[in-house]
Design a protein around this ligand. Structure first.
Ligand SMILES: Nc1ncnc2c1ncn2[C@@H]1O[C@H](COP(=O)(O)OP(=O)(O)OP(=O)(O)O)[C@@H](O)[C@H]1O
Length: 241
């Protein structure tokens, strides 16, 4: 079967800095994969390359077997890759529902369709009861789920989540993990950037480790933590925090 996502020798240079260095990996059609590594390892840049915010300097990215590297971000979104951003920036003068409708306008011009899709996305992340609320009434976990709902309303087959659990307390993070597991069970493939190994162990079936832009290890969470040289030598405290 064709892999959903395939990176083949992907690099991205910023001047003299090789932020992503010859990275190759594949994602299947469903399940949760974690992309981990210390600050500056190239995780967000990898997301930007997959989502089309940046073109790779070298290498190819395929989605559903078709080359997408170099495509504009809107086209990649329309093909089925949704993403969240590390910095949460909702439109403050719009309701929760209206914020999520923005994502749906990537595939429809009909307000009624966008509204239905936004409601569905909000229900999936447990924010349905707050659909009509203003943004200022949302807690931090709510805001994280709002970003996830915005990405879901674009109707992705692959969802890229950049640190959606950062800053959350353990029970709040556990609730987010439960939401993500439900989404994966519905057939979504999720690639998430996450720093806390405890969350990675709970959430992901597969882990990809980046260090200085390069992939240094890949496997089940159990495999990754059972290799102390990976955890201690490359990831250090940032990974264990
Ligand atoms: N637009 C850019 N221009 C120049 N350098 C950049 C740019 N974006 C990222 N970098 C650099 O590329 C490297 C990788 O950054 P990136 O944000 O991808 O790492 P990260 O693993 O997501 O880190 P963090 O965990 O801190 O978010 C860093 O050294 C960063 O300073």
């Amino acid at each position: 079967m064709t892999d959903l996502l395939e990176l083949d020798g992907v690099s991205r240079r910023f001047g003299g800095l090789l932020a992503v260095d010859n990275v190759s990996f594949r994602l299947k059609g469903e399940g949760i994969t974690a992309l981990v590594g210390p600050n500056g390892a190239g995780k967000t840049t990898c997301f930007n390359l997959i989502a089309g915010a940046l073109p790779p300097t070298q290498g190819s990215i395929r989605f559903g077997g078709e080359i997408i590297s170099g495509f504009p971000a809107e086209d990649i979104c329309r093909l089925g890759i949704g993403r969240t951003f590390q910095v949460v920036r909702p439109m403050r003068d719009m309701t929760v529902l209206e914020n999520v409708m923005i994502g749906a306008f990537s595939w429809t011009r009909k307000v009624s369709e966008a509204r239905d899709a936004a409601r569905e996305a909000l229900d999936m992340v447990g924010l349905g009861p707050k659909a009509e609320a203003g943004i200022s009434r949302l807690t931090l976990p709510d805001r994280k789920m709002l970003e996830t709902a915005k990405a879901l309303s674009t109707r992705p087959r692959l969802l890229l989540l950049d640190e959606v659990m950062a800053g959350l307390r353990p029970p709040e993070a556990a609730a987010v993990v439960a939401v993500l597991r439900r989404l994966a069970e519905r057939g979504l493939s999720i690639l998430l950037v996450e720093h806390v190994m405890r969350i990675v162990m709970e959430a992901a079936e597969h882990v990809i480790v980046l260090h200085h832009g390069a992939k240094i290890a890949e496997g089940t969470p159990r495999y990754i933590v059972s290799h102390p040289e990976v955890v201690a030598g490359y990831l250090g405290e940032a990974f264990r925090a």
